[in-house]
Structure formats: C-alpha cells, structure tokens
Design a protein around this ligand. Structure first.
Ligand code: LAG
Ligand code: CA
Length: 468
C-alpha cells in the first residue's frame, strides 16, 4: 500500500504527521498489500472509483467475471461462461482496457475472476456477445468431447464432497465441467488468461479452483508468465483438495478467518482468531488472502454481511488490525432475494456510485443501493494503522466478556467491543509505554496511564492507537 497526501488528509485530517507516518511504498511483504472485491461493479464504475481506491491505499481490485456468459437478470450469470470474449454484463473489451489503464495510473492493479472449471448449466441460449450455445456445445471453442462424462454418480452431479474424483470430474451446480486434463482444453484456458495478461491484468481469482485437479492447475500455470498471481478459491472440506494442497500453485482465500470473524461478532464472544496452520485448511499468512465476506458468503449466512453494518465494519477493522494474511475488502450492493442484481433492461449492470460519505449509503438497505463498504469511515485509517504496524507481531491478546484487545509490537494497540452493548470505562492493562496515543479511527487522543488504557467503547466500536 502507499500513502498519498490526500489519503492522509482523508483518513486523519492531517494529524498522522504528528504520529510519525512512514511510507512503505517499496514494501514487498505480502501482508502489506490490500485489495478489494468490487462485486459486480461494471468496468466504467471501477475506473471512476480507482482514484479514491488509490488514495485510500488499496493496491488491487478484483473484478467479477468479464467473459461472455449466459443472459439473465440474476447476478450469477457471469459464472456460466459461453466464450472467452470480453463482452459481459460488466462492459465491453474497450471499457475493460480503459479500466485497467485508469486504475493502473492510480497505482491500482486489476485481478480478474477467472471461470475456467466449467461453462454453462443452462441448456441453450445466446450469450452476451451473441454466441449461440447449447450445454456442452460452444461454437468453435468447446464441444461434447471437451467435457467430463462423470461416471461416479447417476446424474453426473457432485454428490460426495469428500471424494476428490467427484469434486473434480462431476458437475458443480449442473455446470458443464471441462476436461482440464486435455491439452486442447488447457490451451484454450491459457489463451484466455494470457489475453487478459496482455491487457495488463496482474492476477486471477481462480473460481472453483478445488474443482480443478492440481496437475491441471500446474500445467496451466506453467504456460503463463511466472509473474502472474493466483488467488485460488478452495473451500475447505474435501480431503485431498484442501487449501493447503494448492499452495504450490499460488495463494488461497482464507475462508477460515471469515468464519471466525462471523462467530466473534454474531455470537458476541471476544477471542483472538486462531490463525495457526495446524488444521488442514488454515494456510500460511504469506499465502492467504483474508476477507470478512465475499459474494457467496454474504448470501449463505456463513459470514457477516451488510445487514449488520456495525459488525461488518468492526470485523473489517479487526481483520486489518491483525497481521495474518493479505486483506481483501468487500464492496457490494443491497439485495432482497438471492438471485437479484441491479441491472438495466438489457441485463447490463447499472453504474455503481458512492455517496460523498459512505456511511449514508451503508445505512440504506434498499435493494440496489451500492453499499460502498470500501468507503466505511474506518477503512482508510485502519489501512494506515496496518501500514504503521507492518511487520510488528500481535502480542498480549486479552479478552473480557465483550472486548478483544492486543498490541502490535511496541507501538500499536487495538481493541474492539464485539458486542452490541455500549461499554463505558473499559480498562485494559498494556505493556505499551505510558504516554499520549492517537486513535487512528476517531482521530482523538487517548492517554495510557500507569500501564492502563481507559476508554469507553460503544457497541462494536474499535480503537486503533499509535504512540504520538
Ligand atoms: C464459485 N466459486 O467456486 C462462485 O464463487 C460461485 O458464486 C458460483 O456459483 C460457483 N462457484 C460456480 O462458478 C454462482 C451462484 C450459483 C449459480 C452459479 C452459476 O452462486 O447460484 O448457479 O453461479 O451461475 C445457478 C443456479 C443453480 C443452477 C446453476 C446452473 O443457482 O441452481 O444449478 O445456475 O444452471
Ligand atoms: Ca472440474
């Protein structure tokens, strides 16, 4: 991440200078980068938002699937690929190119959500670029022989999620499953990914990565530039295809932390998230992209979503305060049913816009509202706190019934009220030196006296202190 004058002004109204802000623009630490998933933001809207994102210290944006897909009013049509032409509900190829360039000028890189495990579940239709298709038949691109004929289950669907063979060769959600073991299929996938690299894309989210055999991922990766980054979506639960198994390819999404954050803030129990790598799905910090939620978990109840704005903001602050993984923020729209998305009559996503102050929009839950969670008040200041405390370990974790706190080396202190009940006169003992500290979130000064931090913490409030 990087600091600009504007960011500092935005985040801390100039007071950061007093705290001795240091720039770490050259930092190579994986944990120092911060991304944001701009779920279904169209390319024009992302391009416009990139100045804000760059100023906020955000390093990359994950864009939703940009390739041709089935038509429909549902949000998920993008996950049913029809061809690899860049013509989608998010915009055209030229709009995509403009976005990559505009964002690049602001120091913001583009990651693409790559749908390469499967094509459509839909039986037939016309794609968003005009390609006529039937399930297993996609013009010149793929025909029946390019898809798995899964023999393990009667209906060709994945039934046993503990069977790697089924998970990788049978159909996920009835979606035509590509024979990624075939050279010809691999070549087409490589061609698609390379075309995006040629347009300036930095990396990929590999959609449904655990449904692609490791050997196939390896072969695809081997044909692409070594500099490309991969963040693989490997949902825990299939022995033999767990997150840890895919580390040789690249990075992994940290679902586990999202689940722990949900449990902390919905059950209102303060504990320090366990990020040790002793379980088969908790991956090492320097290869794990962590999040509070993504587009699936915000709909399936496994993670906190915008319907609990205070918890969502506090969980985001906690994620940024920890030193585990590379955070990916999440930004989305309000919805009133699973399938629904804000589109025009042609099935294109409507432009996304943020209010001057994000908090206004975030409080408005009318379906179609762009929530702009990436503009939450505490995000910029927590990115600044993360920068300040880069490389300093989490130490002295403490919990009471309602408050989790810890220190970051000898300079930072973080505390959050995980409950919806205001707490006044909270006292937390600390090993940090006595003196005046700046709360990056509120911009107010807090004094540590006699080794004790004393503060009020209203419902879900966090403080992030740095010595002045
Ligand atoms: C993913 N990661 O592995 C995406 O994060 C997830 O959002 C995708 O599902 C899934 N894998 C396939 O790429 C999404 C929706 C599904 C939707 C699917 C295909 O969550 O609800 O399925 O995209 O568009 C829909 C219907 C299903 C139906 C299927 C095929 O909901 O009932 O079986 O389409 O017709
Ligand atoms: Ca597969």
């Amino acid at each position: 991440m990087r600091f600009t004058l504007k960011q500092l002004t935005l985040a801390l109204i100039g007071v950061l200078a007093l705290a001795g802000c240091s720039s770490d623009a050259d930092s190579d630490r994986f944990e120092d980068q911060v991304g944001v998933q701009m779920f279904l933001w169209n390319f024009n809207s992302i391009a416009q938002e990139c100045e804000y994102l760059g100023d906020a210290g955000i390093d990359w944006v994950l864009v939703s699937p940009p390739q041709e897909h089935i038509q429909g009013e549902q949000w998920w049509v993008g996950y049913q690929a029809v061809s690899y032409q860049l013509e989608s509900q998010l915009g055209t190829k030229s709009e995509f190119e403009t976005m990559v360039k505009t964002c690049g000028d602001q120091g913001v890189e583009i990651y693409v959500d790559a749908v390469i495990n499967h094509m459509t579940g839909n039986s037939e239709g016309v794609g968003t670029a005009g390609t006529e298709y039937a399930k297993y038949e996609y013009g010149d691109l793929y025909t029946r022989a390019d898809f798995h004929a899964c023999t393990q289950t009667l209906d060709s669907q994945i039934a046993d999620w503990t069977s790697v063979a089924q998970v990788q060769e049978c159909e996920l959600l009835n979606l035509a499953d590509l024979r990624t073991e075939d050279e010809s299929v691999r070549a087409k996938i490589v061609g698609y990914l390379q075309s995006l690299v040629d347009l300036g894309v930095t990396g990929f989210r590999i959609d449904a990565a655990k449904h692609i055999a490791l050997a196939d991922m390896e072969a695809i990766k081997a044909k692409l530039p070594a500099t490309i980054k991969y963040i693989q979506e490997v949902v825990p639960g299939t022995p033999g295809a767990e997150p840890l198994d895919y580390l040789g390819i690249g990075d992994i999404f940290g679902f586990d932390l999202a689940y722990q954050l949900a449990s902390i803030f919905t059950q209102q129990v303060a504990y320090l998230p366990d990020t040790s790598t002793e379980s088969p799905w908790v991956t090492p910090s320097n290869q794990t992209v962590v999040m509070v939620s993504n587009h699936d978990t915000e709909r399936n109840g496994q993670a906190i979503n915008y319907s609990q704005p205070a918890q969502f903001e506090a969980a985001t602050a906690l994620m940024l305060a920890l030193d585990y993984g590379q955070p990916m923020l999440y930004s989305s729209f309000a919805f009133d049913s699973y399938d629904w998305a804000p589109k025009d009559e042609n099935g294109r996503m409507l432009d996304a816009k943020c209010a001057q102050s994000s908090a206004i929009y975030f409080a408005n839950h009318e379906a179609g509202t762009w929530l702009c969670q990436h503009r939450m008040n505490s995000v910029n200041s927590m990115i600044a706190f993360r920068d300040e405390t880069s490389g300093k370990p989490v130490t002295n974790p403490q919990t009471s019934d309602s408050v989790l706190s810890f220190e970051r080396g000898d300079i930072g202190f973080f505390a959050v009220n995980v409950t919806t009940v205001d707490q006044s006169g909270v006292e937390i003992s600390t090993g940090l030196a006595d003196g005046k500290y700046l709360d990056f979130i509120s911009g107010k000064e807090i004094e540590i006296l006699g080794g004790v931090v004393k503060t009020d913490l209203v419902a879900n409030q966090a403080i992030a202190l740095i010595r002045r």
